[in-house]
Design a protein around this ligand. Structure first.
Ligand code: MTE
Ligand code: HPA
Ligand code: MOS
Length: 758
């Protein structure tokens, strides 16, 4: 089945926040933000801005009736700065004007006097100064200290990865208007409607039931709108309530890039111990997460870094410690993979380092240590249904790894200035919110008297295709034509207390809730059918828009059945609630069973490096992915391709640069390069692993949103392998992204000073 949005998207008819027709009298909001990363505000002069014709009001923290507080996990983040600023781009005031243009003009007229204080931008510096968001955490398995003595080889190093700008095509925004009795309604481009609702209530000092949040769809979120869509929704609601006018806020691209947090940059130290047979026996790692100026989702992101510190490998002795370091960057936040990729980059770096020192290929070490059933993750969960070996074996077989290796060797022998590199990248990603309590969802189903169906869930459509999957669940449950099902907007008055659409779990959680609601309705309808056809319920089934009796089509169509139930006063509305069973986690012990299941896969990367220029092109990425029983192959393939390319971008070209004063330098698309059609691999081959799926995945179709991003790690190591061929002197470095500049430097670095001919 095609994505139900495909026609609307192609025709430009799909409605995004900015397409909502504005009401008469709408005011436009623009944000005045901190012009430095750290400082004490001495004075702000709004007088000139206030006098600009068309400016209606400028709101600051002083206008907030409730709490000036938007922190999601910890209450450590004001909506508007009070007397200090903590990052460049921190909101200070909201300008409301009759047009967007005037609001922006007014912003330039605001004068601010700040006593600047020294900023911290580096997480190691923050750690050294004791600037942590919350205490460090350690995951432990076995005894590393004792294990080192038994290792034949021990290697140490460090590995750093940079942040990543979400670059959703649709920037952050919200549109709010007052309803009667002081109620407020907000259309928001958020992954977390309930987060917006809860925070609006807190800031306005009103109960949650007075706040309605509605989401049609997002032009991409990628985690950037899990928590960080909230501020703009709150600002719009605050202004709409105070001024009794509709208020629209849509960030311009550069404002969005400057003010919002990104993927967390990490710095890390590792130590890895191996035996002669290449089994990894011990691994010690310390992660320094650059959290930015407030907690935001950093505690949860850091937790997932620890969960994924050993990727797809079984290591009997592990100590992984993580520090959430408070710096003066915008608070960093969720981004596809949610800290997992950062953790996995370090173990892959450790393996690459060991491989270089031992003179073997990294894939020999990787293969020796893949997870199998019965192994234990450092967090106590026992490995079940592992597909690490099966995806590895299939990728090597299907794409003939041995032939590929020979081809690459032959190519490298025959080319002086072009070198090819290869890398294998296994991935293992845990599915569930790491915070057990968040793993629940609800769905509301109405069957209208004409047989058409309306479905509301807590799921937010952000391009990942969840609405199509929800529609499939309902159409399938009733065995009716999908065109009879409509997906409603995601709205807090229809589905309440939702978790954000995140953790790749949206389709599983909301789909299961929807399945429960549909099953309950189906039971009632079958009883009606039995009554009408004067038979036993056990004989009734529904197929292809018709009631079947004893496996034979009856005279009752779906529509007639619904009409009969309606006239018989049967309730045609149902609510489903789902909470993932089995999962639990004890933070005091850092042990438990946090994930419903894991998703596996293995990718092969082949890259060609131009050793004159330092540029590179990916010849191919070939991968075997564990979809389970995919319920929508074209959507799932889209998720693999998108995630893969986004991961490659993070590892290769997306370079976030901050000045030492904490100013974002790569603040526009002219200075921040993301993959385009010319930089995607020339060939992407995706093979499905035929597996049984998992009971806890919706229709056994495993979660697919985030895992493919981590294939992108292979890009780094493939380039590194090509560089190694060209320059035997190259000392491996692990500091992603591997930009062409870094590649060029690596190609020509020399260990001994006297290099003939250079
Ligand atoms: N795909 C598109 N097109 N747009 C997005 O914003 N977000 C990703 C992933 N795929 C995203 C996407 C992220 S970060 C997550 S967590 C999942 O989709 C969320 O959706 P799911 O839970 O339905 O997989
Ligand atoms: N993933 C994504 N978002 C989250 C998570 C998670 O594990 N926990 C809290 N928010
Ligand atoms: Mo995705 S980072 O869990 O929104």
């Amino acid at each position: 089945m095609k994505n139900i949005d495909s026609k609307g998207h192609v025709r430009g008819e799909s409605i995004y926040l900015d397409d909502i027709p504005v009401r008469v009298g709408t005011l436009y909001g623009d944000i005045f933000d901190a012009p430095c990363a750290h400082g004490k505000i001495k004075r702000v002069d709004y007088s000139e801005a206030e006098q600009l014709p068309g400016v209606v009001k400028i709101l600051t923290f002083k206008d907030i009736p409730g709490e000036n507080q938007i922190g999601g996990i910890f209450p450590d983040e004001p909506l508007f700065a009070e007397d200090e600023v903590h990052f460049w781009g921190m909101p200070i005031a909201l300008i409301l004007a009759e047009t967007e243009f005037v609001a922006r003009q007014a912003r330039k007229l605001i004068r601010i006097d700040i006593d600047e204080l020294p900023p911290i931008v580096d997480p190691r510096e923050a750690k050294a100064k004791g600037s942590l968001i919350f205490p460090p955490r350690t995951f432990k398995l076995g005894e590393v200290e004792q294990a080192w003595e038994q290792c034949d080889y021990v290697f140490e190093g460090s590995a750093d990865s940079e942040g990543q700008e979400h670059l959703y095509i649709e920037t952050q925004g919200a549109y709010a208007y007052q309803m009667e009795n002081g109620n407020v309604r907000i259309a928001s481009s958020t992954q977390g409607p309930t987060a917006v609702q809860r925070t609006v209530a807190k800031v306005l000092g009103i109960p949650m039931h007075k706040v309605e949040v509605d989401v049609t769809r997002l032009g991409g979120g990628f985690g950037g709108k899990e928590d960080q869509a909230t501020a703009w929704g709150v600002m719009a609601a605050l202004a709409a309530t105070l001024l009794k006018k509709p208020v629209k806020i849509v960030l311009h691209r550069m404002d969005d890039m400057r003010m919002t947090g990104k993927r967390h940059p990490y710095k890390s130290d590792f130590k890895i111990g191996l035996n002669k047979d290449l089994k990894i026996c011990a691994y010690e790692v310390a992660f320094y997460q650059n959290a930015g100026a407030a907690a935001d989702l950093s505690p949860a992101v850091m937790e997932r870094t620890l969960f994924h510190a050993t990727n797809s490998y079984y290591i009997p002795n592990v100590t992984a410690t993580a520090y959430s370091c408070k710096t003066h960057l915008p608070p960093n936040t969720a981004f596809r993979g949610f800290g997992g990729p950062q953790g996995m980059f370090v173990i892959e770096s450790a393996i690459a380092k060991a491989a270089k020192e031992l003179g073997v290929a990294a894939h020999e070490i990787q293969q020796q240590n893949l997870l199998k059933d019965g192994d234990e993750f450092p967090y106590g969960q026992i490995v079940e249904h592992a597909e690490a070996h099966s995806t590895w074996a299939k990728v090597c077989d299907k794409f003939d790894l041995e032939a590929l290796k020979e081809e690459i060797e032959a190519f490298n022998a025959n080319h002086k200035h072009l070198k090819k590199g290869m890398a294998l990248q296994p991935v293992c990603f845990g599915i569930s919110f790491t915070n057990t309590a968040m793993n629940n969802a609800r769905a509301l189903v109405h069957i209208y008297s004409d047989g058409s169906v309306g479905v509301s869930t807590g799921a937010v459509e952000m391009g990942q295709g969840v609405n199509t999957k929800m529609l499939q669940v309902a159409a399938n449950a009733f065995s009716i034509d999908p065109c009879k099902v409509k997906l409603e907007t995601t709205n807090t008055t229809r589905v309440a207390n939702t978790s954000p659409s995140a953790a790749s779990s949206t389709a599983d959680l909301n789909g299961k809730a929807l399945q429960i609601a549909c099953d309950k309705l189906l039971e009632r309808l079958k009883q009606t059918a039995a009554k009408v056809l004067k038979t036993d319920v056990a004989h009734i089934s529904l197929h292809d828009d018709r009631v079947y009796c004893k496996s034979e089509p009856s005279e009752l169509s779906w529509e007639q059945l619904v009409q009969a139930a309606f006239l018989d006063r049967v309730c045609l509305t149902e609510n489903g609630h789902y909470a993932t069973p089995v999962i639990h986690f004890d933070k005091t012990k850092e042990k438990g069973h946090p994930f419903a299941y894991h998703v596996y896969g293995t990718a092969i990367f082949v890259v060609t490096v131009d050793c004159i220029r330092g540029t590179y092109e990916f010849d191919a990425v070939k991968l075997v992915h564990d979809f389970g029983k995919s319920m929508n192959e074209s959507i799932d393939l889209g998720q693999i391709e998108g995630g893969l390319v986004q991961g490659i971008g993070w590892m290769t070209m997306e370079e976030l640069k901050y000045s030492k004063e904490g100013k974002l330098l790569s603040n526009a698309l002219s200075t921040y390069k993301i993959p385009d059609i010319y930089s995607v691999p020339k060939e992407i081959q995706v093979e499905a692993l035929e597996s049984d799926g998992h009971e806890m995945a919706i229709k056994k179709s495993k979660a697919v949103g985030e895992p493919p991003l981590m294939y992108g790690l292979g890009a780094y190591f493939a380039i590194q392998n090509a560089v190694k061929v060209y320059n035997p002197d190259y000392q491996l470095k692990f500091d992603a992204p591997f930009t062409p500049e870094k590649v060029l430097t690596a190609l020509y670095e020399r260990t001994n000073v006297s290099v003939p001919g250079v």
